[in-house]
Design a protein around this ligand. Sequence first.
Ligand code: ADP
Ligand code: MG
Length: 331
Amino acid sequence: MIRFEKVTKRYRGTKRPALDGIDFEVERGEFVFLVGASGSGKSSCLRLMMREDIPSDGRVLVLGRDTRTLSDRRTPYFRRNIGTVFQDFRLLPTKTVSQNISFALKVIGRSRAFIKTAVPEALERVGLESMGKRMPHELSGGEQQRIAIARAIVNRPAVVLADEPTGNLDPTTSVEVMRVLESINAAGTTVVMATHEAGFVDQMQRRVIELSEGVLVRDEQRGSYGDTSAVRTLRPEAERGAAALAALTAAQEVQRETLTGLIPTPERDPEQEPEPEMQEAPQSDAAREDDGASETDRTTLPQIDVEVDELGMADRLGLADSHDDEVGPTS
Ligand code: ADP
Ligand code: MG
């Protein structure tokens, strides 16, 4: 599903590469923690997966696509299979919760029928079905992040990439967010989460890929955080312990719910490998309408009233034209 082959990333004007000969593979349905101190290269890794950037050397394959050979024109369609969550939520402050989520679907030309069912479904999956009419500022930080997760999953992506999603949250709230990501993974979505929070990683017993100064120093299937010396300074010991315990409880609850069928299991066949052509995430009938569209049709994006402060959003969704020259095939 995601494969890094000897990936090196050098940023212009820097001496040391941000990533140096990274190799790993993430399988469909995995939950992977990407850990390491600040500056170790976690965000760089995630940006390469989203094709916000391409490697200086080596190859990044996501959903069967080499991000280097993928054209800029195809990138927005590629990104529809990837949900993204960031530390700072990135909600549109002047739109309601529902509008924040439906906006993400409108910009990619989803039908009204699809939006009407998908938005409440996404809110339900993050446990905030009653919050649709609220404004983002009326919600707690944890709730705002859960809305951001609802937005990330509303188009039913195959992968969710989360860059320090709990970085702005207190331990208790972080647990709520972790729990939501766990349940999304339990329902079949691959999740890669960058974090430096040892509390979660220790207790979740998930795969851990650890970076140190751009080098992969550990890849453990059901590992826990290794060198926590950098992390200890981040929060008091007791608080970390409480968060870890709460995270573990939440994870166990999710596992139980999955086993008892409260959380639906994925429709797709886990054995099925991604096809060389772009793979679409499973979609409802309403969503399939536009799948038969030709490439030419697909390049015609719907006309939407996009306010200036929303352009950052459009860019994240792969709709803005401008790319800095780091982005896009260079050779
Ligand atoms: P992390 O997310 O683990 O904190 P990053 O991937 O953000 O790490 O950064 C890894 C290294 O690359 C750091 O040394 C950082 O300063 C550098 N870096 C990241 N982005 C850029 C950029 N756009 N230009 C130059 N250097 C960068
Ligand atoms: Mg980062």
